[in-house]
Design a binder for this molecule. Sequence first.
Ligand code: RTP
Length: 155
Amino acid sequence: LNDDTMSNEQTFIAIKPDGVQRGLIGPIISRFEARGYKLAAIKLMTASKDHLEKHYEDLSEKPFFPGLIKYMGSGPICAMVWEGRDAVKTGRALLGATNPLASPPGTIRGDYAIETGRNICHGSDSVENAKKEIALWFKEGEVQTYKSALHDWIY
Ligand code: RTP
């Protein structure tokens, strides 16, 4: 049994509107659960333009920014916090590459997507950004702390 701080690492994972509308919430959640991560928060939310512009503020100068904001606001997003050892880096590995065509089969994008502009999911790219994103998408009290049955068996 190992209680190091990395096993408490949290990442923000979102299923984008195309992923929600295609019925991929279940399969995506299953992969994080099967790998041994613990769900700490989840909600469906249609995000405002202002909220999405904050979420993607680092990309505001990119030519695809307006289209990205429109796509992300086109329907509900499934916002989640997943917790466990190395959750940020391994979460990105489970999602695959930004361009789904560059993402091998076995990854979420490599199995379910073919367009960068419709790549069904988002994952934080650093621990620092994960903290920012979790604070943007969730209020205090919406992120749960509990000991799951996984704990004794995965760690
Ligand atoms: P995300 O933040 O959604 O997890 O994606 P990422 O880190 O893998 O990629 P990033 O470069 O941060 O881009 C954010 C999202 O913008 C859309 N995008 N479109 N048309 C384009 O060239 C283009 N490039 C990026 C994608 O939806 C990407 O996930």
